[in-house]
Design a protein around this ligand. Structure first.
Ligand SMILES: [Zn+2]
Length: 306
C-alpha cells in the first residue's frame, strides 16, 4: 500500500486515478495551491477550496482512493493583498472540514514581505487549530528559503513534529532532519527530485521522518512518482521496511496527527458504486456502465509494494 501525500488531482485525469489505484495508492493528499491562472476574486478561491474538500474527494473515492486535503493561501497569491485578506477570512471555516489534514501548502515563493506576513498568520492558525503544516519551499534560493521557513516556524512557536517541510533536495535535507522536522521529497521530473537521486538519499539517511510524494499537478509531472520510487528503491536493495515508511507509514504518522486520516479509512473502504451522486452529479457521462462493487469486497487484497 502506498500514500501519495502531495498530489494536485484537480489537474489530473481519471486515467491517473486508475493508474494510481492499480499501482497501490490507497490514499492521497491534495494541498491547496496556485492553479497556474492567477485568481482575481476571493470567490474563485473559495470555490477551489470547496472543490478540493468536496467534489475531488468524491471523485477519488469513485476510483477507490481516499482523498484528503490541506487548506491554505499559497505563497504566490499571498502577494495579491486584496485576495489574500479575503482568503484569510475563509480559511478557518475550511480548515475544520472533514478530511482536512493540515494547513498548507504555505511558505515562500519569492520571499517577499507579504509572503512572510501570510505565512506567519497561517502558522498561527495551524497552532490555534492544532493542525499539522505543509510547507512549500521555494525553487529559487531554496537553501536559504528552507532555513528561513524553519526559523519562522520556531519563532511562531510551532513544534517541528507538526511541520512537514516539502520539496527537499540533497542541499536541504540534512538541516531539516537535524532540526526535527519531517522532510518531504517531491519526485518531480527535472525540477525537484528524481527517483534515482531519491534512492541514494534513502541509502544515506534511512527512513526516519522522510516522506516521498509526487507533487503531480498541471505541469509535466508523474502521478506514479511514489510507486516508481518504491519499486526502484526495492530493486536497489533498500530495505522493505524503509520503503514502507517513506512511501506510506511516515505520511500517515505526520498527517494523521490531524485526527482526520486513519488506516481504517482504506482498510475498510466503502464499496465503489459509480451511480452515487455528489450534489446531483455522478462521475459518469453519457451511457457509460458504472463500476459497482459488492459491499465488503476486499479490493485492496494483494496490494503490497511489488
Ligand atoms: Zn504542490
Amino acid at each position: 500500500m502506498l500514500i501519495d501525500p502531495h498530489a494536485h488531482m484537480i489537474s489530473r485525469t481519471t486515467d491517473d486515478y486508475q493508474a494510481m489505484a492499480a499501482a497501490g495508492v490507497v490514499a492521497l493528499i491534495e494541498p491547496a495551491f496556485w492553479v497556474g491562472q492567477p485568481r482575481t476574486f476571493v470567490g474563485t478561491y473559495v470555490d477551489y477550496l470547496s472543490t478540493i474538500v468536496g467534489w475531488e474527494r468524491f471523485r477519488a473515492g469513485q476510483f477507490g482512493i481516499r482523498h484528503y486535503c490541506t487548506i491554505g493561501l499559497n505563497s504566490k497569491e499571498a502577494n495579491n493583498e486584496e485576495l489574500a485578506e479575503g482568503v484569510m477570512e475563509w480559511l478557518p471555516r475550511f480548515a475544520l472540514k472533514e478530511g482536512v489534514v493540515a494547513i498548507g501548502e504555505i511558505g515562500y515563493d519569492e520571499q517577499t514581505e507579504l509572503e512572510d506576513k501570510y505565512f506567519r498568520l497561517q502558522l498561527s492558525l495551524a497552532k490555534e487549530l492544532d493542525l499539522p503544516v505543509m510547507v512549500h519551499t521555494p525553487h529559487r534560493d531554496k537553501k536559504q528559503g528552507t532555513t528561513r521557513s524553519m526559523d519562522v516556524c520556531e519563532e511562531m512557536g510551532l513544534d517541528p513534529s507538526m511541520v512537514i517541510i516539502d520539496h527537499n533536495n540533497e542541499e536541504t535535507v540534512g538541516e531539516v532532519l537535524q532540526r526535527g522536522y519531517w522532510a518531504g521529497f517531491s519526485i518531480y521530473p527535472s525540477t525537484k527530485m528524481g527517483n534515482a537521486r531519491m534512492v541514494e538519499l534513502l541509502k544515506q539517511y534511512g527512513s526516519e521522518r522522510i516522506i516521498v510524494d509526487s507533487a503531480c499537478d498541471w505541469g509535466i509531472s508523474d502521478c506514479l512518482g511514489v510507486a516508481k520510487t518504491a519499486q526502484l528503491a526495492l530493486q536497489s536493495g533498500v530495505p522493505e521496511s524503509t520503503v514502507r515508511a517513506v512511501c506510506y507509514g511516515n505520511a500517515l504518522a505526520a498527517y494523521g496527527q490531524s485526527g482526520q486520516m486513519k488506516e481504517s479509512d482504506w482498510l475498510e473502504p466503502p464499496a465503489i458504486d459509480q451511480r452515487t451522486l455528489y450534489e446531483g452529479n455522478s462521475i459518469l457521462r453519457g451511457g457509460r456502465d458504472p463500476v459497482i462493487e459488492e459491499p465488503g469486497t476486499l479490493r485492496r487484497k494483494g496490494l503490497q509494494i511489488k
